[in-house]
Design a binder for this molecule. Sequence first.
Ligand code: GLU
Length: 288
Amino acid sequence: MHVRTRFAPSPTGPLHLGHAFSALRAHDIAVQLSGEFLLRIEDIDQSRSKPAWEAQIYDDLSWLGLRWPTPVLRQSDRYEAYRAALQELWDRNAIFQCRCNRKDILAAISAPQEGGDLPVGPDGVIYPGTCRKTSSHVKAPSPVDDVALRLDMSKAVRDKSYSFMETGAGPNGETGLIAFDGQEVLRAIGDVVLARRDIGTSYHLSVVLDDAAQAITHVVRGQDLFEATKIHVVLQHLLGLPTPIYHHHRLIRDEAGKRLAKRDDARAILKYREDGVTADQIRAKVGL
Ligand code: GLU
């Protein structure tokens, strides 16, 4: 197997120590396995992505000592591929149009819930199915429609079982062969959005199509995405794509134990660079 890993940041802010750790892990695993490390720019959200942040990503990662093949794949150049997959799913009756906004969804859920905890999955509040029950399947989806497209999860999973190989660990130490079934996905995840109304695609759809298009064999990323991997495996089955090996790594946290976020500018790699910290010292800071 020709091993390929990737680091896939969104150019929506400065890279911080958590990103450095993730990029270095993906890079080091590729080197250990005599493979190749790729960089992908996840800029589907054009309202938040900025060319200056993309330039900073290249600069910070080179400074860390990483090298990758060019040209780098940008998700904003891949809308055709995302649209083609959505069209295929539409033709197979696997997705439906959804006009609900967040308020509609919360209203539909809170009535039967009567103040209990909202059902939340890796993709947010679990959709109560409003538009699945009412939407007609007459017109093909078009980017000009002001609607989201959701996966009809019950049709997608039926009574199937799924698995993926985890060489790192999930948040509860899950490792090795991770098996799960359709009923669990239906209950814990539901009808996920595959095309947001504002961007015409979604993280889940794009990441699955791009990992396959780039022949990624090992997806190395943070533990916070462990549960979302189940969505990705379901999509791979649905679209006839291979399931890569997954390696979910620990998260870098601040002193209070909170996961670093984009707004943690104090831990931006750029800031450390300005303060004269070396790339080796960054490695040491994140425990590598
Ligand atoms: N763009 C995503 C992020 O920055 C990538 C997640 C992934 O590696 O799949 O969180």
